[in-house]
Write a protein that binds this ligand. Structure first.
Ligand code: ADP
Ligand code: MG
Length: 218
């Protein structure tokens, strides 16, 4: 479903080359942890998989077709419709209520406000955050904020979820909650079509590595 072929990426011409011709197929229905020392390119790989950066060599395939070579507008459309992101240290807009933060990607992807709010409430309920739907980020804890970020990533029912160090600043209890939510997302349990999703987590958290289905070491 999601794969890379002969992938390399350099931020500058002639600069350090990351990934060194990596080929890898990510398994739908599985959580893959991408690990490796700091600076090895874990975050960059998520940006390349998420079509925000274009490979220097090689390509990204989604459902068998090359997507990394598509036009900017096609990549934006694919990204909005097919991918969910949990960014590192995901900062929620402090002025917005939790539910409004969660539904933003769905509105961007063209959902009606009504459908987005219904879906957002289901996700908040599943992640134990229903009571916080109308709170603002200043009124919830860091762990709860990460769970909101996971809801945001799942709201469009994406086939691929990319999460960058989602447990980075969390204690074990909250890390478990976030990981459980991402794992549950793989089998489509939180989705509508019941499709298997591909979940990729960049991490150096031993707890996540231990519980991931597959590990890709950079
Ligand atoms: P990791 O997430 O594994 O710590 P990154 O993907 O953040 O690694 O970074 C990989 C390498 O690319 C590092 O050497 C980093 O300094 C460099 N890098 C990251 N972002 C940029 C950027 N925007 N411009 C130039 N170099 C960058
Ligand atoms: Mg990183």
């Amino acid at each position: 479903m999601l794969a890379v072929e002969d992938l390399s990426f350099a931020y500058t011409r002639g600069g350090e080359e990351l990934f060194g011709g990596l080929s890898h197929a990510f398994t739908p229905g599985r959580v893959t942890a991408v690990t490796g020392p700091s600076g090895r390119g874990k975050s960059t790989l998520l940006y390349v998989l998420g079509l925000m950066l274009t490979p220097t060599r090689g390509r990204v395939l989604l459902e068998g077709g090359p997507v990394s070579e598509a036009s900017d507008s096609t990549r934006s459309r694919v990204r909005a419709a097919r991918f969910g992101f949990v960014f590192q240290d995901a900062a929620l807009d402090p002025s917005r209520r939790v539910l409004d933060s969660v539904i933003e990607p769905a509105l961007y992807a063209g959902w009606s406000r009504k459908a987005a709010r219904a879906r957002g409430r289901v996700l908040l309920e599943q992640l134990g955050m229903a009571a916080r739907a109308d709170h603002r980020p200043g009124e919830i804890s860091g762990g709860q904020g990460q769970r909101v970020a996971v809801c945001r990533a799942l709201v469009t029912d994406p086939v691929v979820v990319l999460a960058d160090e989602p447990t980075g600043n969390l204690d074990r209890h909250n890390a478990e909650g976030v990981l459980r939510a991402l794992s549950a997302a793989t089998d489509g349990a939180t989705g509508e079509g019941g499709r298997a999703r591909t979940v990729v987590i960049a991490t150096h958290d031993p707890f996540v590595l231990e519980h991931a289905d597959e590990v890709l070491a950079l």
